[in-house]
Write a protein that binds this ligand. Structure first.
Ligand code: NDP
Length: 470
C-alpha cells in the first residue's frame, strides 16, 4: 500500500467509526470490570486502551488542526498528571479525583468558548444549544471541583461556608447564565463579553457558591455529582462537535456519576436535595463532646490480645484511621494469626468508610485480604449480636450509634455498622477527636467499649506481638 493510500484508508470515515465502536465496547467492558475490586485493575486498563483508541481515531481526522499545539498540550498534561497520580497517597485520592474531574469540566468549557469564537457568536441552533449547555455545566464543574479539592486538602475550612440568602443568589446566577445562553442562541452576532460574563463567569461563581456551603462530610457525594456534571457537559460538547466518542464517553461518565451519587446519598440516608442545601458536617478535628468530661475505658495491647484470642468470632471494622496509619498489612498479619487459632474473622465494610467509595476494599485488597472475607454493611449487620469482639480500627462516624438513636443528631438516619450489638468493642484511635462529621460518638462511652489509644499501625503491631506470645 502506498503512503497516500494508507493515509486515506486510516482517515476513511468507516475506519474511524469502526475504531470508535471498538473504543465504546472497551469502555463498557472496562466499566463492567470495575464492579468488583478483583477485576477493577483490569477494568481500568481495558477502558484506558479504549480511550487511547478513541483519541487516536480523533487525531486521524483531517480537520483536527494544529498537531504541534496538541502535542504540547499532551506533553504538559503528561508531565503534570503522571507524577501526580503516581505519588498521590491513598488518603489524598478524593482530592485528586476532584482535581482531575475539574480539569475535564474546564476543558469542556474552553471548547465551548472556542466554538463561540469560531462562529463569531452566531451559530446554528443545533450547535449553540449543546455548546452553551456544556459551557455553563463545564464551568460550574471546574470551579465546584476546585472548591471540593481545597476543602479536602484543608486549604479551605471543611465546615460549611454560607452567605445570607445563598439559595437566592445561586438561583440568580443560574438565571443569568440561562438568559445569557438564550440571548446568544437566538440573536445574531454576539459580543464576546456576553459569553465570558454571562456564561463562564456566572457558571464559575455558581460552582464556587454551590460547593462552599457543603460540609466536608458530604464532599464525596459532591465530587460524584460534579463528576456526573462533567460527563454530561462532555456529552453535550460531543453533540456540538459531532464527535460520537465524546458523546458516548460523556454519557457513561454522566450516568455512572449519577448512579454513584444516588447510592452514596442512600448510604448516608440523606436526600440529594438535603445534601446540596448544605450546612452539614465539619472539619473533624474538634475534640468530642460538649465540654463535659465523660469517662472512657482505655485498654492495653496485652488485654486486647487476650480478648481476641479467647473469642470465637471477631469482626474488624476499618475506617479512615486505618488508611492514615497504613495499617492494612499489619491488620492482615493479625487476622492470619487469629485464623490459625481457629477464630472466625470477618471485615465489616461501610459504604462510606474512609474518604472515597471503595477506600477500604482497595486497601485490604492491597494487603491480600481475601475478597470473601469483606462483608458489606447489610450483609454483616445482622451478625453483630453473635460476634464476641468488634475491633474498630480508625472508624468513627460509620459506627456512631447517634445516627440510629439520636433524632437531632446531624447524622441521624445514616445507616451504620451496629458494632454496639457485639459482645465487646475495642476502638483504636489516637485521641478523643471526632471523625469527619465533627460530632461526638456515644459508642466510646459504652460500658462494653475499651479504647486502645495510639497510631493504629503501632497498636496493631503491639497486639500482634502479644498474640504471638500467647
Ligand atoms: P471518620 O473520619 O469518622 O473517623 C476516623 C477516625 O480515625 C477518627 O476517630 C480518628 O481519631 C481516627 N484516626 C485517624 N488517624 C488515625 C491513626 N493514624 N491511627 C488510629 N486512628 C486514627 O472515619 P470513618 O471511616 O468512620 O467515616 C468516614 C467519614 O468520612 C464519614 O463521615 C463519611 O461520610 C466521610 N467521607 C466519606 C467518604 C467516602 O467516600 N468514603 C469521602 C469523604 C468523606 P483520632 O484523630 O483520635 O485518631
Amino acid at each position: 500500500m502506498s503512503l497516500p493510500l494508507a493515509t486515506s484508508f486510516f482517515q476513511d470515515t468507516d475506519f474511524i467509526r469502526s475504531a470508535y465502536i471498538l473504543a465504546f465496547i472497551l469502555f463498557i467492558v472496562g466499566l463492567q470490570n470495575l464492579r468488583t475490586p478483583v477485576t477493577a485493575r483490569k477494568g481500568n486498563v481495558i477502558a484506558a486502551v479504549g480511550m487511547a483508541i478513541a483519541v487516536g481515531a480523533t487525531l486521524l481526522q483531517p480537520q483536527v488542526g494544529n498537531y504541534g499545539l496538541i502535542a504540547l498540550g499532551v506533553a504538559i498534561g503528561t508531565a503534570i498528571g503522571v507524577p501526580a497520580a503516581r505519588s498521590v497517597k491513598m488518603t489524598a485520592m478524593p482530592q485528586m479525583v476532584a482535581l482531575f474531574n475539574g480539569v475535564g469540566g474546564g476543558a469542556v468549557a474552553l471548547i465551548a468558548w472556542s466554538e463561540f469564537r469560531k462562529y463569531g457568536g452566531d451559530y446554528p441552533l443545533d450547535i449553540a444549544i449543546p455548546s452553551l449547555f456544556s459551557a455553563i455545566v463545564g464551568s460550574v464543574s471546574f470551579w465546584g471541583s476546585n472548591i471540593a479539592f481545597a476543602k479536602l486538602q484543608e486549604i479551605l475550612p471543611g465546615r460549611p461556608i454560607q452567605l445570607p440568602g445563598q439559595l437566592f443568589i445561586n438561583f440568580g446566577l443560574l438565571a443569568i447564565a440561562i438568559v445569557s445562553a438564550i440571548i446568544i442562541a437566538t440573536n445574531g452576532t454576539n459580543p464576546q463579553w456576553l459569553f465570558v460574563l454571562g456564561i463562564l463567569v456566572a457558571g464559575a461563581l455558581l460552582g464556587n457558591l454551590f460547593v462552599l456551603p457543603i460540609g466536608g462530610a458530604d464532599m464525596p457525594v459532591v465530587i460524584s455529582l460534579l463528576n456526573a456534571f462533567t460527563g454530561l457537559s462532555a456529552a453535550a460538547a460531543g453533540i456540538a462537535l459531532g464527535n460520537s466518542a465524546l458523546i458516548v464517553a460523556g454519557i457513561l461518565v454522566g450516568s455512572s456519576g449519577t448512579i454513584l451519587t444516588r447510592l452514596m446519598a442512600q448510604a448516608m440516608n440523606r436526600s440529594i436535595a438535603n445534601i446540596f442545601k448544605g450546612g452539614f458536617g465539619g472539619g473533624g478535628t474538634a475534640p468530642a463532646g460538649d465540654g463535659e468530661e465523660r469517662p472512657v475505658r482505655s485498654t492495653s495491647p496485652d488485654d486486647v490480645a487476650i480478648q481476641l484470642v479467647y473469642a470465637e468470632r471477631v469482626v474488624i471494622v476499618p475506617g479512615y484511621g486505618m488508611a492514615v496509619a497504613q495499617a492494612q498489612h499489619t491488620v492482615r498479619e493479625l487476622t492470619k494469626l487469629l485464623e490459625a487459632k481457629g477464630i472466625e474473622v470477618e471485615f465489616a465494610i461501610h459504604p462510606v468508610a474512609g474518604r472515597m467509595p471503595g477506600h477500604m476494599n482497595v486497601l485490604l485488597a492491597e494487603a491480600d485480604v481475601p475478597y470473601e472475607q469483606l462483608k458489606e454493611m447489610d450483609e454483616i449487620n445482622g451478625d453483630f449480636p453473635r460476634t464476641d469482639v468488634s475491633l474498630v480500627i480508625g472508624a468513627n462516624d460509620v459506627v456512631n450509634p447517634a445516627a440510629r438513636d439520636v433524632t437531632d443528631s446531624p447524622i441521624y438516619g445514616m445507616p451504620i455498622l451496629n458494632v454496639d450489638e457485639s459482645g465487646s468493642i475495642i476502638v483504636l484511635k489516637r485521641s478523643m477527636n471526632t471523625g469527619f462529621a465533627g460530632i461526638d460518638n456515644p459508642l466510646f462511652y459504652n460500658e462494653k467499649t475499651a479504647l486502645l489509644f495510639g497510631d493504629a499501625k503501632d497498636s496493631i503491631s503491639k497486639v500482634v506481638k502479644e498474640v504471638e506470645a500467647l
